[in-house]
Design a protein around this ligand. Structure first.
Ligand code: GRF
Length: 194
């Protein structure tokens, strides 16, 4: 199976996913695409020998559909079976999501359905939550709303800042996403709790 990974920044989740796809793993990374030129993850992908592409959303002056058509044109020649969004920070329209229906995953740094959207760590701290975490879900037209395939939970500690909590959760993302991706590729759809 072939996995295309979409990033916007450092790509630490992309690295974790790529490193997991070795040996008897049924999938291999076929492309890393970024909407941000020069994103740190692009250099990491190139070092790992993974083809890369950039489709800069700023070149499409707010024409979301044109941007997404350009992304599809960059992705589909690599014939991915699965699209894994990993720190990809653009909202996608139902047209793009429909094109990859049923084979697109995303990782979100909260215990969905809590805290869809941004600033998840600050919101968990301000709410006084004892726990926080991350979720891998199938991507549907509803933002951060698709079926949740796995979650990892961490304690919120006294004195936590959004940064300290984010770091604790990011480490969990790097374990959760590869585990869920492998199950997804192998046809598993049950919920994984780490
Ligand atoms: C992180 O905030 C992570 O929680 C979320 O995307 C951001 C960047 O991740 N999934 P990465 O290092 O680019 O994978």
């Amino acid at each position: 199976k072939r996995v295309a990974i979409l990033i916007s920044g450092g790509g630490s989740n992309m690295v974790a996913l790529a490193k997991s796809m070795t040996g008897d793993h049924p999938a291999r990374p076929c492309l890393v695409l970024s909407n941000v030129p020069g994103a740190g993850g692009l250099a990491k992908a190139a070092e790992m020998g993974i083809p890369t592409a950039v489709v800069d959303h700023r070149d499409f002056k707010g024409d979301r559909e044109a941007f997404e058509r350009a992304m599809i044109a960059a992705i589909d020649p690599h014939a991915p079976d699965v699209i894994a969004m990993a720190g990809f920070m653009r909202i996608l329209t139902p047209a793009f999501i429909g094109h990859y229906a049923g084979r697109m995953l995303n990782i979100h740094p909260s215990l969905l359905p809590k805290y869809r959207g941004l600033n998840t760590h600050l919101r968990a701290i301000e709410a006084g939550d004892a726990e926080a975490g991350c979720s891998v879900h199938e991507v549907t037209a509803e933002l951060d709303g698709g079926p949740v395939l796995g979650q990892a939970r961490v304690p919120v500690q006294p004195g936590d800042t959004p940064e300290t909590l984010a770091a604790r959760i990011l480490a969990c993302e790097h374990a959760l996403y590869p585990a869920v991706l492998r199950r997804f590729v192998e046809g598993e759809r049950g919920f994984l709790s780490l």
